[in-house]
Structure formats: structure tokens, C-alpha cells
Design a protein around this ligand. Sequence first.
Ligand SMILES: [Zn+2]
Length: 231
Amino acid sequence: MGLESQATSFIIRPKPSTANPFLRPRVRRVMAAPSALVLKCEACGAEVPHRVLRGKIGGRDEIVFEGTVKCPNCGRVSTVVTREPKPIEIPLIVSWLDKSERTSLEFSPEENVTVGEALDLGDSRIEVTAVEANGRRVPAARAKEVATVWAKRIDRVRVKFSVNKGNRTVPHEVLAAPDEEFEIGEIVDLGRDRAVVHHIRTSQRTVHYGRVRADEIVRMYGRVVRERISR
Ligand SMILES: [Zn+2]
């Protein structure tokens, strides 16, 4: 096999977003009337999603929905009033990379908050790492009893990348989604430099061919690419 046939096919990865995830707006329940409600029909007895024909949301201590709904089973149109407790805001400390940030997240008062569960925070995904209720750390608690929730961001991971720059090796870090794959031969944009991935170490093995998920990578190894790549 000659050198020609071994030429690596280059894949250019778009530069990862450097936007501060903590600046994104957190999730807020939109106080708009729902488009459907699961209700038991008084006429046919079916417990199915009823289409909301019209309605409004109100209430001070509770979220009260008043409106007109239609049973999809028998077509009966009826007026309903439903009530659910207002969400409460729980202080939340989210860590990511070397930073942690104080924010808050809304929960329904009776909802359970459990260590290990995944939640949405704005556009990012977080995993609960600790719950404090009644002055101590607990594995789970009702939201109304929780004082503070700790979480870590899980939708982005940091991939270590050792890059050979001729006479020295420089450590880099690449941000990626956990299920994003890196491929041997791929070119990673490092800002000022671009580097080709030579091999990837996981906790199990060293990979010299193929792809590896970002969350399985212990470290990638590569070298700076100086050639101009025509598109
Ligand atoms: Zn019905």
C-alpha cells in the first residue's frame, strides 16, 4: 500500500459554540391555556385528551383553567374548571467545567426532586447531583420541602486533546455533546489552529481507526495541520 492510498479523508468539524450556557433563559411555565386536557367525559365515560375550544388561565394561589372542551370520543362539548398548584421556585446551583452558577428552577410543589434525574434548564440539560431538604442532604424530596438543588450540566462534555505542534505537545479541550462522535482522521478546529485526530484513548482501549463517542474519550491525540484544505 503506497502513501497515496493511505491519505486520510479530512472531516472539518464546526467550531463549538462558546456562548455562556448560564446566560440562557431558564424554563418558565407559559401561562397560556392548554390546547388539550386529559379529562373523563361525563357523557361517554372515556378518559381521553379533550380539545380545548376556548379557555383562560387565572388564579392567584393556584393555576385555574376555565374553558370549553370537546370529547373526541362522543363529540360532547362541556365547560370545565381545573385547578393545579402554582409552581414554586427552588434555588439551583449548576456546575459546568470549572464554574458553578446560582440560578433557580420551577417545580410543582408536590413533584419529587431526585438525585440522578435529568432536567431541562433553558436549552441545556442538567442532572441533579444533590438535594437539600430540612437541613440535610437527601436522595429525594418533595419540591415544597427542598431548600437547594445542586446539578451539573450533562449536554456538553469536555474532550481532552493532546496536539503535537512539531517540537512540543500542547493540551487542548474541545466541547462536544456527549453522543457526538470523533473520528480518526477528522480535523478539529481549535480556533487559531486545526489539528487532525491520530488516535483516541478510551478507558478500555486505544482506537486507531473509526469513531468514538465524546463521553467515552479519555484523551485524543493528534497533530496540527498546516496545509490549506480546499473545499
Ligand atoms: Zn364523550
